[in-house]
Design a binder for this molecule. Structure first.
Ligand code: SF4
Ligand code: SF4
Length: 332
């Protein structure tokens, strides 16, 4: 049975407006929202993915990626069907671009998710794989008992949530990784079917909050890897979010993407260029998946957290550099 949605208001003639993300879909009776997970039945909005995680796993927190939040720990991870973006390059398209109407995964109560995380020894739960905004009611019902049980809550998100959604979720949120896909609105419109401005606004809000923030940019050759655009993006992070905001450069793999099979894979040279741009912009922590994986102290250069793929060796002292005491890791 679909669960009644919380984030919407009624308009005229059985039309409901969803207030979860910046699409603000106006949904007529019997129709679905853009993310395919919200349906209007008789003027009321229902969520179809409440309690039905389509993917569950236990991942290193570095895989989210979060490098400065509980490094070396496991995070219990889940996502549902659907997404409010339609990124041609999506690598999780098998769940993000499906609705799950035909093949609804088994129901899992929020409390059973928290119990599973505790049983697997995870200090955190990550809402990931697809966009958590579109299953916010379920996420919130998990985040409350998770917080009570001493677990941290992580969202891996495209940053397109409405103010209403972010206001509601923020008090329970400990860390986020937000995709900043490009500085060009045209890229967001063309590749993701979304607008860029709400993402920038939410990033600024998150940077001002006490929620731990890291950023990811996928380097799509020819689309989101021009040095000029990356310079603007790195400057935005440095100036608006803070130079100590970690920036992750992610490599594109065409053969697992949804539609972008004609775009070549990201090259080592392209990644190195982007890394140099980030450092030149003054960013303290710029990572990629190959060469720049360890955390060095920005003050004295000591290696604080060593990473070899998902193996993590911590040399920090309670989150600080053992050489000079500079604070590096969020311990909360
Ligand atoms: S979550 Fe976003 S895309 Fe989905 S129905 Fe609501 S406003 Fe539309
Ligand atoms: S890349 Fe992320 S935001 Fe884009 S469709 Fe896939 S899950 Fe959604």
């Amino acid at each position: 049975m679909p669960e009644k949605a919380k984030f919407y208001h009624a308009l005229q003639a059985h039309v409901a407006q969803c207030d979860l993300c910046h699409h603000f879909c106006k949904i007529r009776d019997g129709r679905y929202g853009f993310c395919r997970t919200r349906v209007n039945r008789g003027g009321k909005l229902f969520t179809l993915n409440y309690g039905h995680p389509a993917a569950i796993g236990t991942d290193p927190v570095e895989k989210k990626p979060l490098y400065h939040f509980l490094p070396g720990s496991l995070t219990f991870s889940l996502g549902t069907y659907g997404c409010n973006f339609r990124c041609d390059n999506c690598q999780n398209w098998e769940i993000s671009q499906k609705s799950g109407h035909d093949r609804q995964p088994p129901f899992r109560t929020a409390v059973s998710v928290v119990q599973a995380a505790l049983a697997r020894g995870c200090p955190s739960i990550s809402f990931t794989y697809n966009e958590p905004t579109i299953f916010a009611e379920y996420a919130l019902d998990i985040m409350k008992p998770a917080r009570s049980a001493g677990l941290k809550n992580i969202w891996v998100s495209n940053g397109y949530m409405s103010d209403y959604c972010l206001d509601t979720v923020a008090p329970l949120l400990d860390a986020v990784n937000i995709d900043l896909k490009s500085m060009d609105d045209a890229f967001y419109r063309r590749t993701c079917s979304a607008l860029q401005r709400p993402v920038l606004q939410n990033l600024k809000r998150l940077a001002r909050s006490d929620i731990h923030l890291e950023i990811t940019t996928l380097l799509l050759p020819g689309l989101s890897d021009s040095p000029e655009m990356l310079r603007r993006l790195a400057d935005f992070i440095a100036v608006e979010l803070g130079p100590e905001t970690p920036w992750h450069l992610s490599s594109f793999v065409p053969w697992i993407s949804w539609k972008s099979h004609d775009i070549p894979a990201t090259t080592a040279e392209g990644t190195e260029t982007a890394h140099a741009i980030g450092k030149k912009a003054g960013l303290a922590y710029v990572y990629d998946q190959h060469h720049h994986t360890s955390t060095l102290c920005p003050k004295c250069g000591t290696t604080i957290v060593e990473r070899h793929r998902y193996t993590t060796i911590r040399h920090d002292k309670a989150g600080s550099c053992p050489g000079c005491g500079y604070p590096i890791v969020t311990q909360r």
